[in-house]
Write a protein that binds this ligand. Structure first.
Ligand code: PGA
Length: 248
């Protein structure tokens, strides 16, 4: 079977960041009112750093751009230092001319989280849908907090973190015990509706999940495998993350 997902394998995480930043910038240059889907985690940091640099160098304005982030920890307000809102402000939004009110993350401290999830979906629809969604991948194959078992048709909702995800986040919360057990996350269906998807993966720890997502069956057990059915999806990998591909 020929692979529908476009795969690019680069030397290292910095090269992956440069490639992702160039693609995001191209989308914004073509469409100054672009709607971007964004991700947190360690993987996109080089991409955000490069995006800021390129936007300044080429004088590309983000004043008309709207952004939607994948997820936020349940119970954390946007002012909590470990919230994804703080991460996004720190690594990206503060360095661009995008008004903060055009940047959306689910509110982890919402009094009615289910209503907040529905409002998040409605806000994406009202913006006209996402032009490009930038994703990372968990070592267990999750996208957003859509952990193994997440169905293809799930939408923005409160989801429980898998044990390996809690472990991976432990360093940010002074140990696993401090990691929130749940999060508000865009669903698989929400993500798949983006017109274009760009998944980044770096490091050998991601190699089995990347291989499964690209070369295994489409299965809820590895949510990133749902991306095989997307008409316009690219994986940008460093050599280590690509190291378990049978057909690189
Ligand atoms: P990471 O997380 O970039 O910190 O590895 C990615 C993810 O879990 O989606």
């Amino acid at each position: 079977m020929s692979r529908k997902i476009h795969v690019e394998i680069l030397d290292d995480a910095e090269a992956v960041g440069r490639k992702a930043a160039a693609r995001i910038l191209a989308v914004v240059e073509r469409k100054p009112e672009a709607v971007l889907g964004l991700a947190t985690g360690s993987t996109p940091i080089p991409a955000y750093r490069e995006l800021v640099k390129l936007a300044h160098e080429r004088k590309v304005s983000f004043a008309g751009v709207k952004t939607f982030n994948l997820d936020e920890y349940l119970g954390l307000s946007g002012s909590h230092p470990q919230s994804y809102r703080q991460y996004m402000n720190r690594y990206l939004f503060e360095h661009l001319d995008i008004p903060l009110w055009q940047t959306a993350l689910p509110d982890g401290a919402a009094s009615d989280p289910e209503a907040e999830c529905a409002a998040f979906e409605a806000r994406i629809r009202a913006a006209g849908g996402v032009d490009l969604w930038l994703l990372g991948i968990g070592s267990n194959g999750h996208i957003g907090f859509n952990e193994p078992g997440a169905p293809r048709d799930c939408r923005t909702r409160v989801a429980s973190l898998a044990p390996s995800t809690i472990e991976a986040s432990a360093k940010d919360f002074g140990g696993a015990a401090g990691v929130p057990r749940q999060a508000l996350t865009a669903g698989v269906a929400t993500i798949l509706e983006a017109r274009e998807i760009l998944l980044l993966a770096t490091g050998a720890g991601k190699a089995p999940a990347v291989a499964g997502a690209l070369e295994g069956p489409i299965t809820p057990q590895l949510p990133a495998s749902y991306l095989q059915a997307h008409p316009s999806c690219a994986f940008v990998l460093d050599r280590a993350a690509a190291s378990k591909l049978v057909k690189p």
